[in-house]
Design a protein around this ligand. Structure first.
Ligand SMILES: Cc1cc2nc3c(=O)[nH]c(=O)nc-3n(C[C@H](O)[C@H](O)[C@H](O)COP(=O)(O)OP(=O)(O)OC[C@H]3O[C@@H](n4cnc5c(N)ncnc54)[C@H](O)[C@@H]3O)c2cc1C
Length: 380
């Protein structure tokens, strides 16, 4: 990590302690959108953290990005969600967009003026994206889009999404008929409702409907039909590294809370950290954090090198997110009844962690990706 990257991580730490940590409980319990925090994130340049400097971004490596996400998630995971799907959208344009799309969108993505996420999931399909039903029909120099999306993060307060559609419903295999558009909010782009969630609160996750929504053909990413699934899947590799980093942050926060509590809570005349059953929990939790962080860094390094890294990202995502789930439960056990109280932060970690098992591809899907790659690479 160079001096610049170290300075950015230090600035993120200061922002988290001053502008985020004191307000988490207020925003979280009210499920209130942290607009002030988003403005501070814009000022720090975080929305452009991986966008190339020539488009006004910070041009950070994914290793540094993972470091930022880990730090944010250790304080409040929802804030990392404000960033993640926005970055996937931006990186998809940076990697696959036309020069005109890069020039028009990347500078606005970098400042956060245009902000949003990715709209892939539909009411009856999430893992099996080839089954999407949202259709984009060509009409002269435009496409007319109809369909419904759900669970779309950043879609109420954001103003743009990367929208996965079918431009050919009869294509065989189906992915050859899938195309990705940049969809800015205007007539026909409707937010149907904001979803009420177990955790990951404060951030907007919504159901969307596209009703005769018209876009210019210049919004087709890469100006090529039939490449949408491939384009978004390459963005999801980075998304999985991000989710792994969130897992590290949550797992580490759970460990730190459990460790601190175990030194002040006494039973049978001594702090509970001196009971062997608690020591075993702490040791296992710490081991999971260290292993999850190492796997996440390894995946980020593979991404930065430009190598295919779906297996590395899948392994990191699988391990780190299961670590977050296990550590939040173990920390809750260490806290006894207080872990069940809204007055202690560990209950929020326990509610936030399960999303990580689902988002950016479920952990069942990660296992499929990992084993397929194991087989494929063994034949190389
Ligand atoms: C808080 C939140 C935010 C989200 N944000 C976004 C967003 O911004 N954009 C977006 O597009 N989506 C978003 N999602 C949706 C998320 O990506 C999907 O929920 C996820 O991909 C799983 O899809 P599904 O819920 O339809 O489950 P399904 O695909 O219906 O799967 C149900 C179960 O079956 C398992 N399964 C499916 N296929 C197989 C198989 N072949 N083998 C073994 N098991 C299998 C799954 O692992 C899962 O356990 C979000 C979800 C949540 C909860």
């Amino acid at each position: 990590m160079n001096e610049n990257e170290t300075a950015i991580l230090a600035a993120v730490d200061r922002f988290l302690e001053k502008d985020v940590r004191p307000h988490v409980r207020e925003f979280e319990s009210a499920d209130k959108y942290p607009a002030e925090i988003v403005e501070k994130m814009k000022a720090l340049g975080l929305f452009g953290c991986m966008i190339a400097p020539k488009y006004g971004g910070l041009g950070l490596s994914s290793s540094t990005y993972a470091g930022i996400v880990e730090r944010i998630s250790a304080v409040w995971m929802s804030v990392s969600g404000i960033l993640n799907s926005h970055i996937i959208m931006a990186m998809t344009v940076q990697r696959h967009g036309t020069e005109a799309q890069k020039d028009s969108f990347l500078p606005r993505f970098a400042t956060g003026e245009a902000r949003g996420g990715i709209a892939l999931t539909e009411p009856d399909c999430g893992t099996d994206l080839q089954a999407i039903r949202t259709v984009a029909r060509r009409d002269g120099d435009e496409y007319v889009i109809n369909g419904r999306k759900t669970w779309i993060t950043n879609s109420l307060y954001g103003n743009c999404v990367a929208l996965l559609t079918k431009t050919n419903v009869n294509a065989n295999p189906p992915h050859k008929g899938i195309s990705l558009f940049l969809a800015e909010k205007h007539e026909g782009f409707n937010v149907a409702r904001k979803l009420d969630k177990l955790g990951y609160r404060g951030i907007d996750t919504c159901e969307l409907s596209f009703d005769d929504y018209r876009v210019s053909k210049s919004m087709l990413i890469g100006d090529a039909e039939g490449r949408g699934l491939q384009q978004i899947l390459s963005g999801l590799e980075l998304g999985r590294i991000n989710v792994a980093a969130r897992g590290v942050g949550v797992a580490d926060a759970a460990l730190k809370l459990g460790l601190a509590y175990s030194q002040v809570r006494k039973t049978f005349g001594k702090p509970i950290c001196e009971h062997q059953a608690i020591q075993i929990k702490l040791a296992d939790m710490a081991t999971r954090v260290h292993a999850a962080r190492a796997l996440t860094q390894r995946a980020a390094e593979a991404f930065d090198s430009g190598r295919r890294c779906d297996m590395e990202a899948g392994i990191a995502k699988l391990f780190a997110t299961e670590a977050a789930m296990e550590n939040s439960l173990e920390s809750m056990r260490i806290h006894g009844a207080y872990g069940y109280s809204k007055e202690f932060d560990v209950e929020r970690l326990y509610r936030d962690a399960p999303l990580l098992l689902i988002g950016e591809g479920t952990n069942e899907l990660q296992r499929i990706i990992i084993s397929r790659q194991l087989v494929a690479r063994s034949k190389e």
